[in-house]
Design a protein around this ligand. Structure first.
Ligand code: SF4
Ligand code: SF4
Length: 253
């Protein structure tokens, strides 16, 4: 997918309702047709039998508000909110997006977005680790309304776990544990960074190795270690790594 669809803040324009041209074409057509049919008059008459039609003016007003949501151009091509502080901040720093910003985990400008996009930090890490174009394949649903009780973690990371440190996996029955390959490195790294945010927050230290590890570094670990991944619904939801050692010539694990 075109990397231009990754907004400065890490949102994915392709998943965004205001970018859904099909929706806005339908809304326009519906509004037009209601006008042509003088549906307001009809609704008034119908409301004598069906009380629901009394709300027709509200319905029409909501329909027209929906039109105002339309965002026809991706953020990085000039769409989105022109006064967006995130965009201004990214541009003032000469960055491609927030994923290149070392302060992103502490950034309060992103808080508003984190509320509607609970996986924002996961995605920013994923983009940082795999690149804006490659991340599309690994991305998870972006917005709160897209979550359907699946494994989507809810930020901040320390709220992701149940008491006892377990991830919220009760709605995913098909879980497998298999060996990971270097192709999984970016996703595992992004998951690792998300998982260790609570640790960093606890110690107020965002420089701990799991958060600063780079993609080449984790890739090189694949040469000496065995990585296992826990997969559910094609997503990696956990991973461990181990290395083989030998003592006095005897291989140990
Ligand atoms: S306008 Fe701002 S908040 Fe909206 S997508 Fe672009 S960077 Fe993100
Ligand atoms: S401080 Fe960093 S993370 Fe926050 S808006 Fe600016 S560039 Fe993005």
């Amino acid at each position: 997918m075109d990397e231009k669809l990754t907004a400065y803040c890490g949102l994915c324009c392709a998943n965004c309702i205001p970018s859904c041209e099909e929706l806005f074409a339908l809304v326009d057509r519906l509004d037009q047709m209601f006008g042509q049919l003088e549906f307001d008059q009809y609704a008034k008459l119908k409301s004598a039998q069906h009380k629901e039609f009394e709300d027709y003016p509200t319905f029409l007003s909501v329909l027209r508000q929906i039109k105002n949501l339309r965002c026809p151009v991706p953020c990085r091509q000039g769409g989105g909110r022109s006064s967006c502080e995130v965009r201004q901040c990214v541009q003032s720093k000469g960055l491609k997006g927030c994923w290149e910003c070392k302060d992103r985990r502490k950034c309060t400008l992103l808080d508003r977005l984190r509320r509607i996009h609970p996986n924002l930090d996961y995605h920013l890490d994923l983009i940082a680790d795999t690149g804006a174009a490659q991340r599309f394949e690994k991305r998870r649903e972006h917005y709160v309304w897209q979550r359907k009780g699946d494994l989507e973690p809810v930020a901040p990371a320390d709220e992701l776990r149940q008491p006892g440190g377990m991830w919220r996996i009760e709605e995913c029955m098909d879980i497998s544990i298999v060996q990971a390959s270097p192709d999984d490195a970016g996703e595992i790294l992004a998951l690792q960074k998300m998982a260790y945010q609570s640790e960093a927050k606890l110690n107020d230290d965002w420089t701990i190795p799991p958060l600063t590890q780079t993609l080449p570094e984790i890739m090189s670990e694949f040469e000496t270690k065995i990585f296992l991944k826990v997969v559910c619904a094609d997503k990696i939801i956990g991973s461990v790594r181990a290395c083989r050692i030998s003592i006095f010539g005897f291989p140990m694990r």
